[in-house]
Design a protein around this ligand. Structure first.
Ligand code: CA
Length: 230
């Protein structure tokens, strides 16, 4: 049974989320602010966090940032009341794996949680090659280490899953909805630019030393990973 920590300060929303999630069979704990959430994470080690951006005191963004800085990779689904793309990107930038804009459908929330839990429980596919290589980029599917040449590239879990999927299909255009479905478990389109944001993170990290670009945008079609031309 998976355990969830809901970090939200709205008592009515907390009550309804708790009821819904418990009904689905999750063990649910709640925290009304970031300090309480931090204590719960340390003690209970939940399998997934649902974090509201707007919290009294330390914001949900700062909580997530703190969590990631400490090396904690527990999946975080961020709830944002705002329609502004900038705020959603800020959530992903802070280290969240996915987000939902309030108000949301319960079914959508449940689908996102299932996807996050499934992904974090993913173990290496025994049939997959131990190493994927595109140009001088190497990804070890067992140790999850990534190198560009001799340089180690440190990725978050979501970045790793996205890169792994791209590298499993070299020289093949993958559409945004294929990537959403594989990495985020749902191709529900909320007008989000999650894929674009994560591709930009991957580029930033794989090109950090000025190396040539490997992940290309194919306008109107999606993304492709391929070796640079010699
Ligand atoms: Ca709030």
């Amino acid at each position: 049974m998976s355990s969830l920590l809901v970090v939200e300060d709205d008592p009515a929303l907390i009550a309804s989320l708790k009821r819904t999630l418990a009904f689905e069979g999750y063990v649910v704990t709640t925290a009304a602010d970031s300090e309480q959430a931090w204590a719960e994470v340390t003690v209970r080690r939940p399998d997934c966090l649902i974090v509201d951006v707007g919290l009294p005191g330390v914001s949900g963004l700062e909580l997530t940032r703190r969590l990631r800085r400490s090396g904690d990779q527990t999946p975080v689904l961020m709830l944002t009341a705002r329609q502004l793309t900038g705020d959603r990107v800020a959530g992903l930038d802070a280290g969240a794996d996915d987000y939902l804009t309030k108000p949301f459908e319960v079914e959508e929330l449940l689908a996102r949680i299932r996807a996050l839990l499934r992904r974090s429980g993913l173990t290496a596919d025994p049939g997959a090659p131990a190493e994927r290589v595109v140009g001088d980029l190497r990804l070890d599917t067992l140790s999850h280490e990534v190198h560009r040449g001799d340089r180690e590239v440190v990725l978050t879990r979501t970045e790793f899953l996205l890169l792994e999927f791209l590298m499993a299909h070299p020289r093949q255009v993958l559409s945004r909805s294929q990537l959403l479905r594989h990495v985020w478990g749902s191709d529900f389109d909320s007008g989000s630019n999650t894929v674009e944001v994560f591709v930009s993170y991957l580029r930033r990290k794989t090109e950090a030393a000025g190396e040539p670009r490997l992940i290309h945008t194919v306008r109107g079609a999606g993304y492709i990973i391929k070796e640079p031309r010699p």
